[in-house]
Design a binder for this molecule. Structure first.
Ligand SMILES: C[S@@+](CC[C@H](N)C(=O)[O-])C[C@H]1O[C@@H](n2cnc3c(N)ncnc32)[C@H](O)[C@@H]1O
Length: 319
């Protein structure tokens, strides 16, 4: 497939629909031709107060750090393409107030780069633990922060999108309405909504609040990490998150790129949905263990798994 020839280094591994590459996303993105990718679906490292193991940059410097990546994303997406960025908020160090960094990022991408904010989404994760402990569980002056913002940017005001591909099952009350009919009544606004209500559209139009616990659906990957004695990636997508945007914004055989791929959930979803995909990741251990998601290629391991197992057990690395 032509897209696998875009990058001039050897892929870390290939699947039927995708390819992973070990390296800096900025360098790898720069090798992708202009206007060739339908969707960038990603979760970059966030600007967290406490540094995560893969190195987050501070909130203040975040926008400056992200801008070159965003320029590449804007260059590679098609005119009807989209860039979906999952980004968590953060607290100002030492006080119970919030950083504005992810809003500053959205404003800069629109005002400086000329991207469009097609819609803002919120990922509500009911399994999030209460933090920061000082404000939430000790002093009890803030509540649990349980949402991530997801910015959906586009290159033009009319990116390809079809909400009929992501309909939710109707609620029980809607099902009975469809079965028993609706007795026409005008709303206080004067609208007569009876006609729309009696038609079965195959499901309800989803809202921009996506409720998903990230404890779901990483089962096979987690089990394989446990069996290998290796720590799983600490900030994985639940499958449902990339799946929603991939179904909503792309068609079969479109091309999706995740430049900050981590454990390659985006790739796994693309593979199942028959979208071509490229995944970039800086840390070899994450890519090596992401093979667990693709049982058909585990035999082609780079041989580094043993090294990561030794590291996890604090064993000496030389034989
Ligand atoms: C929030 S995690 C992504 C997790 C991913 N969505 C998943 O489901 O597993 C961000 C990832 O970006 C990687 N990363 C950070 N800077 C990078 C860079 N310059 N190039 C490529 N990957 C990078 C980190 O190592 C980390 O794994």
């Amino acid at each position: 497939m032509h897209y696998q020839n875009w990058i001039n280094t050897t892929p870390f591994y290939l699947t039927q629909y995708g390819a992973t590459y070990l390296g800096d996303a900025l360098e790898l993105l720069s090798q992708i031709p202009d206007s060739s990718v339908n969707l960038v679906m990603t979760s970059p490292p966030f600007a967290l107060k406490r540094k995560k193991e893969y190195g987050n940059v501070s909130a203040r410097k975040y926008v400056e750090w992200f801008l070159p990546f965003a320029r590449e994303m804007q260059r590679i997406v098609t005119d009807d393409g989209s860039i979906v960025i999952d980004i968590g908020g953060t607290w100002i160090k030492g006080q119970p107030t919030r950083s504005l960094y992810h809003f500053q990022l959205a404003i800069t991408l629109v005002e400086t780069l000329g991207l469009y904010l097609a819609q803002d989404f919120f990922w509500y994760n009911p399994a999030k633990l209460p933090s920061p402990a000082e404000w939430v569980t000790v002093r009890r002056i803030r509540v649990k922060d349980a949402i991530n913002t997801i910015w959906w940017f586009s290159k033009t005001p009319y990116p390809k999108a079809d909400n009929r591909n992501v309909l939710k099952p109707y609620s029980d009350s809607m099902k009975s309405l469809l079965k028993n009919g609706y007795h026409a009544k005008k709303r206080p606004s004067g609208h007569d909504i009876s006609d729309n209500f009696t038609k079965n559209h195959g499901g309800a139009i989803p809202p921009n609040l996506i409720e998903l616990a990230n404890t779901d659906s990483n089962g096979t990957y987690l089990k394989a990490c446990r069996e290998a004695g290796i720590k799983p990636h600490p900030a994985r997508f639940p499958h449902g998150l990339p799946e929603f945007f991939i179904k909503f914004l792309t068609d079969r055989e479109d091309i999706v790129v995740d430049p900050f791929a981590g454990s390659v959930v985006t790739g796994e979803v693309c593979e199942a949905q028959q979208r071509y995909w490229l995944a970039f990741e800086l840390i070899e251990e994450y890519l090596e263990t992401s093979r667990f998601r693709f049982p058909e290629i585990t035999g082609t391991s780079s041989g580094q798994l043993g090294l990561f197992q030794k590291k996890a057990k604090n064993e000496p690395l030389s034989p």
